[in-house]
Structures are given as structure tokens and as C-alpha cells.
Design a protein around this ligand. Structure first.
Ligand code: ZN
Length: 82
């Protein structure tokens, strides 16, 4: 469970949230989660390291978005439903 404790961005590098606007839905969903847990939320950044309900919701949304994207790439999801 050490994955959430990424080090601070290296000097001269902007946080990944700086490029919002030209990202895929999957990237945006991931960034919302990362931004919350690394920058916005005191609970997520606590020594405990347990994600709060908001973080879990954001992570779930990311997983769903990624699954939808994978389905679309695989041609399994059709807007018309067939
Ligand atoms: Zn949180």
C-alpha cells in the first residue's frame, strides 16, 4: 500500500494536473483521484494512508472510465447497443 506515497514532483516539473484540458477521460479521471489524494485531502495524506470516501469514489470512477475505454478500444461497447 505504498503506491499512494509518491514523492513530490522533481524540481522544475509541474504537477500532472497542470495539463488538464487535453487529456483523455481516463487520464482526467486518474488525475482527479491523484490530485485529491496528494494535494487536496488531509485525510488521504495522513500517516494512516487510508483513502477517504471521496478518494475511493474517485478511484472507482477512474476504474469505470478505464474499463469503458478498454471496451471501446476492443469494439465491445456500442452506443447503439445492438
Ligand atoms: Zn481524501
Amino acid at each position: 500500500m505504498d503506491e499512494r506515497k509518491d514523492p513530490a514532483p522533481a524540481a522544475g516539473r509541474r504537477p500532472t494536473v497542470a495539463v488538464a484540458g487535453r487529456l483523455s477521460p481516463v487520464q482526467e479521471a486518474w488525475q482527479r483521484y491523484v490530485h485529491h489524494s496528494l494535494h487536496q485531502c488531509v485525510v488521504c495524506r495522513s500517516a494512516d494512508g487510508s483513502p477517504c470516501d471521496t478518494a475511493e469514489g474517485l478511484y472507482r470512477a477512474y476504474q469505470e472510465t478505464a474499463a469503458d475505454a478498454a471496451d471501446q478500444l476492443a469494439g465491445r461497447a456500442s452506443p447503439q447497443g445492438q
